[in-house]
Design a protein around this ligand. Sequence first.
Ligand code: NAD
Length: 292
Amino acid sequence: MADFKTIGIVGAGQMGNGIAHVCALAGYDVILNDLSQDALEHGLATIETNMTRQVSRELLSVEDMKTALHRIQTTTEYAPFGSIDLAIEAATENREIKEKIFASLCGVVPDHTILATNTSSISVTRLASTTDRPERFIGLHFMNPVPLMNLMEIIRGLATDQATYEAALALAKRLGKTITNAEDYPAFIVNRILMPMINEAVYALYEGVGSVESIDTALHLGANHPMGPLTLADFIGLDTCLSIMQVLHDGLADTKYRPCPLLVKYVEAGWLGRKAGRGFYDYRGDTPVPTR
Ligand code: NAD
């Protein structure tokens, strides 16, 4: 399998723009797609801000930043995906949304194109089965923030072929990511372990065991985690956290994965974390203020 030249990315949110960032820096041509021009502009602005930060830390030259930014094209259409070698879907964590995206992609991408999903939890095998190429379909679970986090979790669906897996390994190598292999079960490895901990932290808040700050301080200093679980939940996005818990609960049918009603309430309020300006903390001022 020849190396990819052009990568199409669907979703320009936190993950999609991070994936576009690292792919462009690694020399791939990138086509970034989202539903609206606003989302694309926001995604591109984030990439520029994050690359500028890398320049100020002398991790990147101004020249390389300019070259990388030139490699990124944006679109609200699928037609420009007619020339891509790899599609990475990084849209909202919702099975129906992802299945519709893959149906649209199958109509436009060339036969050789590999389809990948960045889902945190949804069955890769099931998404693959809705496409015309389950053997060229794979889960590439990048971590947030993509430019900083070294890991890429690779999930093969039941039908994924060896050539597709090897192409994923080559991509990871060129992006400088370390890989871990996970079997295709709900939420794979990272979120099978991480998300129940976050959900438990929300239960601790719900039951009044501690305040937002005391729970975060306890795990930050007491378990030496780089940040507390509620800060982390806000960073991931509470809608994404809830979707992952629902996939775990439905897929493993064990009450230990029951999403905390307080997490549901925050999502119902639209308090989705950092990306919405408010979650377990309010980010609209100079410093984050706990909301409980
Ligand atoms: P996000 O909410 O920041 O971004 C999602 C983007 O998808 C939005 O810009 C939205 O407009 C776009 N979108 C929705 N439907 C679309 C469609 N039909 N076509 C094109 N774009 C569409 O979410 P995110 O945090 O970037 O998460 C995206 C994916 O990455 C999810 O599957 C999530 O589980 C996964 N993921 C998230 C994290 C994390 O920490 N947030 C980490 C790893 C993987």
